[in-house]
Write a new protein. Structure first.
Length: 207
């Protein structure tokens, strides 16, 4: 849609007016240049340790928080917005931050309902199919409890609490529910094409 995908995350953060600092964590100079051109800061580069394929989101956030302490900057709240999340917008950021404060949660993030009950999930071995939960074979889908998964967009967190727990999701985490039309995890070419289709629909409806 005419701009680098990371730009949508940066612009949503800046336009929300919620943040004292909007920074991008990266080890890549090209990404850093793009981030700065859209208004983000690059106060330091990501370390090799948190740039490998095994580093978690929490590892990156923890490193950022510790690096800021070296500059004598400490914050009460943080929000990690993923770079490939063009459906993040000001409304979602404000809604989830209000929920974090009003409900006194440790963290808040968007979730999606599964399109079909996971209790009716199947597995395939040697081309033979079987139910993962055979006890629900005869249960009507509308009678099964709704299940949700992380939308892969952003995490609001109380820094002290999440550092103490060593995780972004604690026993005291909250969520906002988003629809399948306003979220798309992007891991491959098919995901990318689906994101474009959804974004065009989302963009046209929000003009």
């Amino acid at each position: 849609m005419g701009k680098p995908i990371i730009a949508y995350s940066i612009e949503a953060a800046i336009n929300s007016n919620l943040f004292d600092e909007v920074m991008v964590s990266t080890d890549e100079e090209e990404i850093a240049k793009v981030a700065v051109s859209f208004g983000a800061k690059i106060p330091f580069y990501r370390s090799a340790k948190t740039s490998n394929d095994y580093a978690t989101t929490f590892d990156v956030i923890e490193e950022v928080i510790q690096e800021y302490k070296q500059f004598s900057k400490e914050f009460d709240f943080a929000c990690c917005i993923y770079a490939c999340a063009p459906f993040v917008n000001v409304h979602k950021l404000k809604q989830s931050f209000d929920l974090l404060k009003n409900k006194n949660f440790d963290s808040v993030f968007p979730v999606l309902p599964f399109g079909f009950p996971i209790q009716r999930a199947m597995k395939i071995r040697d081309e033979k199919v079987s139910f993962l939960y055979p006890e629900f074979i005869s249960t009507r889908s509308q009678d099964l409890e709704r299940s949700y998964h992380d939308a892969g967009q952003f995490y609001w967190l109380k820094i002290i609490e999440c550092l103490k727990e060593g995780n972004l999701v604690t026993q005291n985490s909250g969520s906002i529910i988003v629809s399948e039309l306003e979220a798309q995890d992007i891991d491959n070419e098919t995901d990318w094409e689906l994101a474009k289709i959804k974004f065009k629909n989302f963009y046209n409806e929000n003009l």
